[in-house]
Design a protein around this ligand. Structure first.
Ligand code: HEM
Length: 516
């Protein structure tokens, strides 16, 4: 199933500093050592009170039929709470939690997250791991166990040139994707499926060091099932996360059974790839043919002392699962923003064509020069966040947020998507220019960069960030080199909901036309 491919390229840092058009409004108190004023008690934090804070019932009251919102429109509910109660809100979202929207407070949270940052995770995955006597996935692990998996991951995935090593094979995936768009009339549903295939193939060249064949004329059924199983696994986790499944905590309910089946298949296929890689590694070592310099994530992890095969599998499966759904969905958001802003789309295209021409090959050097493209993606993230809340943290220490005393152990949701509207001029306009370096941008507030954090922040940020960005950039480069992106009239005012990543309310009807 896997066809091995390797490539090696160089890298220097891409887009540097950002904004000048920001308007910072906050003057919030930082940690417990407040200057002058005493922090107010936790109970004084505004938010829905009384029965709304009761266990279970309080969470249910947030959504339909008691409000007009659902877990999928949580962002709109958060906006309403922000209007009503201000930037610090206490409420029950599963457990009791505090939502913070001020960049200064977000900064305080990250400054106090400690050595082993902790976030609210996919509970269903942990239940599965426990019931099957497996190690928790990296996203769920805590403390030293998390660190022992994250450190080898960081060394290979988070360096500035980590993703560039895979520019060649990932470009080929993008070529396959664009060939279909340029030669076939794709329905909205088919486009969604193609985006999933794109993200899946792109991450497979990293996680499994080869292609899955999902763009072949007759795709391998095993690969198609693998991708479908990954999608189902995510969907079931999303259900639990959004409060649509509770029974799985006590028994194997329908949602859990579906997760069990799909995740079981994902594990089986992934373990097969890993066993294959192990065999090939041993053969190459015996034949003296192993080049330790080659960027081969699987080989490199399998060769590391102290990492068991189960730990390697854990990491690779997490990369595949976390990397497919997120990127596939956000590709559509990015294309949508480009389609809705044809002037900006033309500017991105001009940059691409000036560097590559209509058929030119993408090199790392040229890729690094595409600063407007990178600004456009960042602006897309600001305008339509990939998640309804940026991320969450559970701090090991007491802090003061918004002037209130927050005890250690409280779940804190970071509402940066809200901050990315309230702290920018013309917040609903798509203006990539705001992210371009300005000569005079000398004064910077350290908290402002925390308004747009699609990949989270700090030591527990997204482990696949560099790959996600590269894949999104590559998809845009290859598409815009050949095609103009437009949306049909009925998709002109698309609403995005969260499942749990930004998803169009109904499949978007894109129109891809060849450029002259
Ligand atoms: C548009 C695409 C993506 C978005 C928006 C996204 C977003 C995020 C966010 C917000 C987090 C939590 C960070 C934090 O709490 O600070 C996260 C964690 C993670 N992401 Fe991504 N991600 C994307 C793509 C990817 C890809 C392509 C991979 C794999 C190659 C990946 C692997 C992971 C992993 C393994 C974690 C858990 C890290 C840990 O707990 O140590 N993600 N991602």
């Amino acid at each position: 199933m896997i066809k091995s491919r390797l490539v090696k390229l160089g890298w220097t840092e891409g887009l540097g500093s950002h904004v000048k058009t920001l308007r910072f409004l906050s003057s919030h108190v930082g940690q417990l050592s407040t200057e002058g004023s005493e922090p107010k008690p936790f109970d004084a934090i505004p938010g829905p009170k009384g029965i709304h804070l009761w266990p279970i019932i309080g969470s249910i009251l947030n959504f339909k039929p008691f409000t007009k919102y659902t877990p999928e429109t949580l962002h709109q509910y958060m906006d309403e709470l922000h209007e009503k109660f201000g930037p610090t809100v206490r409420l029950r979202l599963g457990t009791e939690a505090v939502v913070v929207s001020e960049p200064k407070d977000v900064e305080t949270v990250f400054q106090n997250e400690g050595k082993y940052p902790k976030r609210h995770g996919f509970e269903m995955m942990s239940i599965y791991a426990k019931r099957n006597n497996l190690q928790d996935s990296i996203s769920q692990l805590q403390g030293e166990a998390w660190q022992s998996l994250r450190s080898p991951g960081n060394r290979r995935l988070m360096k500035v040139d980590s993703a560039l090593h895979y520019l060649g094979p990932q470009s080929e995936v993008a070529d396959n994707f664009v060939h279909i768009l340029a030669t076939q009339d794709v329905s909205p549903d088919r486009l969604q499926d193609l985006c999933f295939r794109y993200a899946s193939e792109s991450i497979a060249v990293v996680a499994f060091n080869g292609r899955l064949g999902l763009f072949d004329a007759n795709p391998d059924q095993g690969s198609v099932d693998f991708l479908k199983a990954a999608e189902t696994t995510f969907e079931m986790n999303g259900r639990a996360l959004l409060g649509k499944s509770i029974g799985h905590r006590w028994y194997r309910n329908e949602t859990y059974k579906q997760l069990e089946k799909s995740y079981g298949l994902v594990r089986k296929v992934a373990l097969g790839h890993i066993a294959q890689a192990r065999e090939s590694l041993e053969q190459r070592i015996q034949a003296g043919q192993l080049n330790t310099e080659e960027p081969n994530l699987l080989f490199s992890l399998l060769s590391e002392k102290g990492l068991s095969e189960e730990m390697v599998a854990n990491l690779m499966i997490s990369l595949y699962l976390a990397g497919t759904e997120s990127t596939a969905k956000y590709m559509q958001v990015f294309f949508y923003n480009l389609a809705k802003n044809p002037e900006k789309q033309n500017k991105v295209r001009k940059e691409i064509l000036d560097l590559l021409g209509p058929d030119g090959r993408l090199t790392a050097e040229k890729f690094l020069k595409m600063v407007y493209l990178k600004a456009a993606l960042k602006e897309s993230f600001r305008l339509i966040s990939p998640t309804s809340l940026a991320t969450s943290r559970i701090l090991p220490v007491d802090v003061v947020l918004g002037g209130y005393k927050i005890p250690a152990g409280t779940i804190l949701y970071l509402n940066c998507p809200r901050a990315s509207k309230t702290h920018f001029e013309n917040p609903y306009e798509f203006l990539p220019e705001r992210w371009l370096r300005r000569e005079d941008s000398t004064k910077k507030d350290s908290a402002l960069h925390l308004t747009v954090i699609p990949f989270g922040h700090g030591p527990r940020n997204c482990l696949g960030r560099r790959f996600a960005e590269q894949e999104l950039h590559l998809a845009a480069i290859k598409v815009l080199q050949k095609l103009h992106i437009d949306v049909h009239r009925e998709s002109a005012f698309e609403q995005f909901i969260y499942r749990p990543f930004a998803t169009p309310d109904k499949p978007i009807r894109f129109k891809f036309t060849k450029i002259d």
